[in-house]
Write a protein that binds this ligand. Sequence first.
Ligand code: SF4
Ligand code: SF4
Length: 403
Amino acid sequence: MNVDPNFVRDIIAMGGKSLKRCMQCANCSVVCPLSPDENPFPRKEMIWAQWGLKDRLIKDPDIWLCYNCGDCSKYCPRDAVPGQVLNAIRARILSEYIWPKFVGRTLNKPWSLPIFVILIPALIIGGILWAIKPTIPTGEIATSEFIPIEYVEIPAFILGGWVILISLIGIWRFWLAITDGGGMNVTVKPLEDANINVRASGGFMGMNFIVAFFFVLRDILYHNWFKICETNRPRLPAHFLIFYGFLGLGLVATIDFISIYILGVHPLPWPWEIGRGGVYDVLAIFKGIALLSGAALVIGACIAMWNRLYHNRKEIGGYYDWFFLLVIFFVGVTGFATTIARLLGSVSAYYLYVAHLYLVFMLLVYAPYSKFAHLLYRTVAMIQAKAWKREPKEVPVGFWEGL
Ligand code: SF4
Ligand code: SF4
C-alpha cells in the first residue's frame, strides 16, 4: 500500500477537516440514496482518505457519483460529515488527472487567488486592451465599437480550444485510472452480467456504453439524481437553474456567432423588438433566452450560496466551491449590469463590459481545473456505473417525478 501523509493534510485543508472522526460504522453507505448495493460508498472512501491511500482514490469513480446531498452527513453518528469530505477528495483528486498537475494543485490553494486567479487573467485582458487601445465611442452605446467583436471572438475560440484540450487530457487520464488502462484491476468492478460483455469486448464496454450514455443524459437533463436527496433539497433548484443557465447562454453564444458571421446581424435584437419580421424575430427570441438564462444563473448561484450559508451549514464548502459560485454570480451580475447600463445609455456600460469579459475569461480559462470540471468527470463516472450495472438504490425516471 502506498500511503501519502501529505494527501491527508491536503484533504483537511480543502474542507475535509472532520475526516478523522470517522469510526467506520458504515451508516453513511447505508443511507446514501445514490450508492449501489455492491461495494457502496462513502465508507470505503473515508478510510482510504484517513490512511492517505491516494492511489486508490485516483482509481475510484465512486467519489464522482456522490451528489453532495448531505444525507450521509445528517446520519453520521460521529459528525464526520462524509459528504463534505468527499467533496474535498474530489477537489484534490481532480489535480491528479489534469495537465499540468501543478496548475490544479496551485489553483486549489486560497493563496493562489491574488496571483494566479486574479492577476494573470487581468494581465491578459489588460494586454489585449492595451494592444487595441479602445476609445469610448460617442453617441449610442455600442460595445462592439468599443472593442471590435473579433477581439472578443478570436481569443474566445483560442480559449475554447485550450479548455477542450485540457479537459480531454484529464478525462482520458481519468478513464485510464478507473479502468486501470482498460484492465479490470480497479477499486470497483462491473457486476457479473455487465462484466461478461466487458470481457467479450476486450475491456471496452461497446453497446453497454452507448446505451448507458443516453440513460445518463436523461438523468442529467432531468436532474434525477438530485431528486432522491432528502437533506440538501435546495441543491436541486440551484443546480437546475445554473445548469440550464449555462446551457441557454452556450446556445445563444452559438446563435450570436452565426448571426454575426453568416447573417451579418449584430447585436442580436431585443425581445421587445419582435415584429420586425423574418430572421430578426427569431434572433430576438434568442436574445430573450439569453436574458432568461442570465437570470437563471444569478438566481441559481444565490440559492446555492444561501443553502451553504444558512440551510446546510454542515457542508458550507471550501475555497474550491466558493470560488466557482462567486465567479458564476458575478458573471451573471456584470452581464445584467452591462445590459441595463446599455439600455440607459450610460457609458458605464463599457467599464462593466470589460469587467464581464474579465470574469467570463476567468471562469473559462480555469474551467478544467475548477469545480466546473465535475460536469465531465461525474458524467463519465455515471456512464461507467450505468454500463457496469452499478445502479443507485432508486432513481426517479420522469422529468416531474420526485420534484
Ligand atoms: S463517516 Fe460517519 S457514518 Fe460513515 S462510516 Fe464514518 S462514522 Fe460511520
Ligand atoms: S453526500 Fe449524498 S450522495 Fe454523497 S455520499 Fe453522502 S449520501 Fe451519498
